[in-house]
Design a protein around this ligand. Structure first.
Ligand code: C2E
Ligand code: MG
Ligand code: MG
Ligand code: MG
Length: 292
């Protein structure tokens, strides 16, 4: 009996492994056609100034409109490809699309907006990334400062020396760098001081707890002060309530992003909102039925 149980456990184990391997292979193969058939789309989430609610830029967040599986969110496929070269193809595609969006924004007269793009560790640690970005910027005529590259605190800490080298190289192009999901990666203060970044994004898990959790409230105010002492700008992620907004504004945080202002939206919708603003209309905040 024990032997039988052992055997079936073994079988379950291998089937599970096989399933995962197949799944990963499937995602990797599918991703190639996703790119060539333009199934990947960048949604844009506004990043706004806390004093005045002015849109300063957008974070580009990828969505996969799969022909048979429907909408796939980045959390369901990015982690599957982050350990393979597929992430480099996806990442380069996303960079190209973001620069194209910046071109279209400029055509509409929006010269000062920026787009933030998320970079996975394997992608930004690949030699040639800064060349690729330099060529994209030169060919498009987009000022480098309009591109902001987000790297997570966790990914930087894993290979801090290499990451620092890449960040320096990217900074020389004139692009800006943000440390994403700050607070979840346990970086030491001495690293933080040395890393050449411009923007610090406080992770949603801390902003969610302000006003409810004393520790989170202190962490958030301390992180904002720390970033300011280092001369960096702070973005609070995941702002969902007016009370959170007021608290962060009072704490001196410059920028915020979250469902209170807008969920990630398609480019067309973003253009409509911008157009409305030039026409003097107050732009709609959350609850306007934008589900993505
Ligand atoms: P992230 O870079 O930290 O992006 C913020 C995530 O929080 C987004 O989820 C956004 O929709 C969500 N969010 C924003 N405001 C709120 C809020 O008020 N409440 C809640 N509950 N959520 C909010 P999304 O679009 O599902 O993306 C998840 C993650 O996938 C991103 O986290 C990023 O790490 C990754 N990702 C997305 N696009 C790309 C990409 O093009 N390349 C890479 N490498 N990673 C990407
Ligand atoms: Mg991000
Ligand atoms: Mg984040
Ligand atoms: Mg995140």
């Amino acid at each position: 009996q024990a032997k039988d149980a052992g055997r079936s456990n073994f079988r379950v184990f291998t089937e599970d492994m096989l399933h995962k391997a197949n799944n990963r292979l499937m995602v990797e193969q599918d991703i190639s056609s996703a790119i060539s058939e333009r199934q990947l789309m960048l949604f844009l989430q506004p990043i706004v100034s806390l004093d005045g609610g002015v849109i300063k830029g957008f974070e580009a967040l990828v969505r996969w409109f799969h022909p048979s599986r429907g909408l796939i969110m980045p959390g369901s496929f990015i982690p599957h490809i982050e350990e393979s070269d597929a992430i480099i193809r996806v990442g380069n595609y996303v960079l190209g699309e973001a620069v194209d969006m910046l071109k279209r924004l400029r055509l509409q007269g929006w010269d000062d907006l920026y787009i933030a793009v998320n970079l996975s560790a394997r992608h930004y640690l690949t030699p040639g990334l800064s060349d690729f970005i330099r060529k994209l910027l030169t060919a498009s005529g987009i000022p480098p400062k309009c591109l902001l590259l987000e790297v997570t605190e966790e990914s930087v800490i894993e290979q801090v020396d290499k990451a620092m080298e890449v960040m320096r190289e990217l900074k020389m192009l004139g692009v800006r760098i943000a440390i994403d999901d700050f607070g979840t990666g346990y970086s030491s203060l001495s690293y933080l001081k040395q890393l050449p970044f411009d923007v610090l994004k406080i992770d949603r898990c801390f902003t969610a707890g302000v006003l409810e959790n004393g520790a989170d409230t202190h962490i958030v105010t301390t992180v904002i002060d720390l970033a300011h002492h280092l001369g960096r700008t702070v973005v609070a992620e995941g702002i969902e309530t007016e009370l959170q907004r007021e608290f962060l504004e009072a704490a001196g945080c410059e920028l915020a992003q979250g469902y209170l202002f807008s969920k990630p939206i398609c480019e067309e919708r973003a253009m409509e909102i911008l157009k409305g603003i030039t026409e003097g209309r107050e732009w709609p905040r959350s609850g306007d039925g934008e589900l993505l």
